[in-house]
Design a protein around this ligand. Structure first.
Ligand code: NAP
Length: 267
């Protein structure tokens, strides 16, 4: 698409949302149409994000913002509780959703794809916008063909709401698609402390570590005869996701239906 893409941001004063506001204001091909947050005061969105004033006031009604500013794309970094409703609202107004918030169920994704198809627009749900994380997932899926015994350990800050992380679920799905279901470990194993073996997915385990001081890391560990293989990705700051969000905002204009996973936007 030629010209400027109008972008609305939901969760604009959150930690990710602020980075999105900055990224949009910094790119001449994008225009900030609206910045929405639950508990925002009517201040300038540029000032809120630590930049100069941009002329867009923060608002607290997504529906009103979509109706009044008619954006092309909605970028959502809110909460698992509100994201499904926000996404449906965007589709209802013909606005393409680019969703970074995690916590969708497979049924949500099927329903949202149907809604996008009916509205004739594209959308993206991306549990991880980081290129390094996408490569970790792709390499893990590849390794699972040859080393089917695997466990995932993901590390996030202690205030994260959902577990396991959307990235680990996506990694697990890609691994499961590349190996037969294989119930790992000793069939007679017993947990003496409930949950100590982690969450069960398609025969393997996902462990969620939640600690202050941690940002976002994931390790996928494969075990074979006399060897292990570890594929690890570390994210250090939120700005690292923005090149991915920028690419997604531009590419979503050319898609139809709801795409799940940023890897589909990367050739
Ligand atoms: P955060 O700092 O808590 O920000 C969330 C913001 O959304 C808050 O300011 C919250 O406002 C606002 N909000 C909640 N419901 C809303 C609604 N209905 N409409 C508008 N705004 C709403 O969280 P964060 O660290 O930015 O993370 C946000 C999400 O992104 C999480 O699900 C996280 O897992 C995910 N994430 C994804 C990626 C990725 O690459 N895909 C990377 C990092 C994080 P109040 O606090 O006032 O309610």
């Amino acid at each position: 698409m030629n010209g400027t893409i109008k972008v609305a941001v939901a969760g604009a004063s959150g930690r990710m949302g602020r980075e999105v506001v900055k990224m949009v204001l910094d790119d001449p091909e994008l225009r900030l149409a609206a910045a929405v947050d639950n508990s925002s005061n009517p201040i300038d969105a540029g000032m809120m994000a630590g930049m100069g004033p941009c002329g867009v006031m923060m608002s607290n009604s997504l529906e009103q913002a979509l109706l009044e500013t008619k954006p092309d794309v909605l970028v959502d970094f809110t909460t698992p509780k509100s994201v499904v409703g926000n996404t449906k609202l965007a589709i209802q107004y013909g606005v393409r959703p680019v969703i970074g918030t995690t916590g969708f169920t497979p049924a949500d994704i099927v329903e949202l794809d149907k809604l996008c198809q009916e509205a004739g627009i594209g959308g993206l749900i991306a549990p991880n916008f980081s290129i390094g994380a996408i490569l970790m997932m792709k390499f893990a899926a590849q390794a699972a063909k040859y080393m089917p015994h695997v466990e995932i350990i993901e590390f996030h800050g202690d205030q994260k709401l959902d577990a396991p992380s959307g990235t680990s679920v996506k990694t697990a799905e890609l691994i499961a698609a590349n190996r037969r279901e294989l119930r790992q470990g000793n069939p007679e194993e017993e947990e003496t402390i409930e949950g100590s073996r982690g969450g069960y997915y398609n025969g393997f385990r996902i462990h969620s570590v939640r600690l202050p001081g941690v940002f976002a890391q994931q390790e996928v560990i494969f075990g074979g005869h006399g060897q292990t293989l570890k594929i690890r990705h570390d994210s250090y700051e939120r700005a690292g996701y923005m090149p991915g969000v920028n690419l997604a905002v531009k590419k979503v204009m050319t898609y139809q239906g709801m795409v799940y996973g940023f890897e589909h936007f990367i050739d």
